[in-house]
Design a protein around this ligand. Structure first.
Ligand SMILES: Cc1cc2nc3c(=O)[nH]c(=O)nc-3n(C[C@H](O)[C@H](O)[C@H](O)COP(=O)(O)OP(=O)(O)OC[C@H]3O[C@@H](n4cnc5c(N)ncnc54)[C@H](O)[C@@H]3O)c2cc1C
Length: 393
């Protein structure tokens, strides 16, 4: 029997968008890398809606805002680089976005939000208020509109396809991938020296922990609470059928619609419309469809866009967002512990932030981080009270 190799420059735990991006950037720089993913049902990347629009998001305070903008731009750059080398699709398109007030009280909220967003855009012409008639022309399924803003630079990306294309590109550069379960991290005093899987021990110069909502399972070995929990998201795929499923025009040209109740609608070519999503904090790891979840998402989608009422309900996806205490990623080292790099907690924004986080974590592993890693500083585990350095074992 052929014995398998058991030592690498780097091991990445988790093959969602974050881990796959780390692995891709590592092998691109020539690092001998193993990506381990056990393929959990509920992987967030497979369910993600794929909205990339950090400018209009309220989720990024202070220095996180600049990071989010750079990350958003990086998704497009990465998709373009992948497209240059292979025909594998990523679903990336700069489709634009409508922020829509669908009731009178939302119209008031809209009036308050508009100047804030326009100021954030800095007069770059990417955002403009549009008449209700123009909003309906852009997204014909909309109901009454009490205020609308169009953001030109918003994009969508298919998390599954992007991750698949990234992994294929990484494998072409020599990535080794395995479908094992990482049972534990191997800790030798103040460093992580590798991982133990059910198939044996694997050693590495560096280990990246990108296990999404499951990352907390390693907290005991690390001696710190990672403060990441699963937040279930149920998301519906509708099929509008004829005449919207033509290869050109049709729903592929419609913008994303975001409302004022945390829900959204993402159109794709071929009549596919994705309506999302529940945000079930405290859901635990059960990646199941629930009656209440489906009702919530459908009610909200049809309230904003009643023209979708006759679409076929084609598919329901469920993903577990890796939610940190403050909703922002946890990136970088565990202080006091060498050779381990955290890349988790991307919550509702991992398809936007994850490709860039992955690049920066790969840079850290390669010893190439710019500005002494200042870019990752706002995302350090140490921002949480009580996340102290672990005691040596
Ligand atoms: C419904 C929904 C809508 C979303 N919409 C958007 C959006 O519009 N825009 C946006 O930017 N983001 C969105 N997100 C968020 C985004 O999808 C996530 O933040 C991102 O996918 C997280 O990626 P990840 O790689 O950290 O985790 P995951 O994709 O969950 O991957 C983690 C992987 O690690 C593996 N793993 C875990 N433990 C182990 C182990 N011990 N051994 C081996 N493998 C292991 C798992 O099997 C899994 O494959 C959405 C998420 C959901 C659920």
């Amino acid at each position: 029997m052929e014995s398998r190799k058991n030592e690498y420059d780097a091991i990445v735990i988790g093959g969602g968008i974050v881990g796959t991006s780390i692995a891709y950037h590592l092998v691109e720089a020539g690092a001998d890398t193993l990506l381990i993913d056990r393929g959990d049902v509920g992987q967030a990347t497979s369910a993600g809606a794929g909205i990339v629009a950090p400018l209009i998001s309220e989720r990024f305070p202070g220095r996180a805002a600049g990071f989010a903008l750079r990350a958003g731009a990086y998704v497009g750059a990465l998709a373009a680089a992948l497209a240059r080398e292979s025909a594998e699709p990523t679903g990336y398109a700069r489709c634009g976005l409508l922020l829509v007030a669908a009731s009178e009280d939302e119209g008031e909220k809209f009036s308050r939000a508009l100047p804030v967003i326009l100021e954030r855009a800095g007069g770059d012409g990417s955002c403009r208020s549009v008449q209700a008639s123009e909003a309906v022309r852009l997204f014909p399924a909309l109901g009454p509109v009490y205020g609308a803003l169009h953001y030109r630079d918003a994009a969508r990306v298919d998390g599954r396809l992007l991750t698949r294309a990234l992994r294929a590109a990484a494998e072409r550069r020599g990535l080794t991938a395995s479908g094992e379960n990482v049972v534990e991290l191997i800790r030798e005093r103040d460093r992580i020296a590798g991982v133990r899987t059910e198939r044996g021990t694997l050693r590495a110069g560096a280990v990246a922990l990108a296990a999404g909502a499951w990352s907390g399972a390693f907290a005991k070995t690390l001696g710190v609470d990672l403060r990441v929990e699963p937040q279930r998201g149920q998301i519906l795929h509708l099929d509008l059928g004829e005449p919207h499923n033509s290869a050109t025009g049709g729903t592929g040209d419609w913008p994303i619609v975001v409302g004022f109740r945390d829900h959204y609608i993402v159109p794709w070519p071929g009549g596919r419309i994705v309506a999302g999503a529940t945000r079930e904090t405290g859901s635990g790891f059960a990646a199941q469809v629930t009656a209440a979840g489906v009702r919530e998402v459908l009610d909200e989608a049809l309230r904003v866009a009643p023209g979708l009422a006759n679409a076929e309900l084609a598919e329901i996806r469920v993903g577990l967002r890796p939610l940190s205490l403050d909703g922002l990623p946890i990136l970088g080292p565990v202080p006091g512990l060498e050779s381990l790099h955290l890349a988790t907690g991307h919550g509702p924004s991992g398809l936007t932030l994850g490709p860039y986080s992955g690049k920066l974590i790969a840079d850290c592993i390669l010893g190439r981080e710019r500005g002494d890693g200042a870019e990752l500083e706002p995302f350090s585990l140490m921002r949480f009270d009580g996340a102290s350095a672990p005691a040596p074992q």
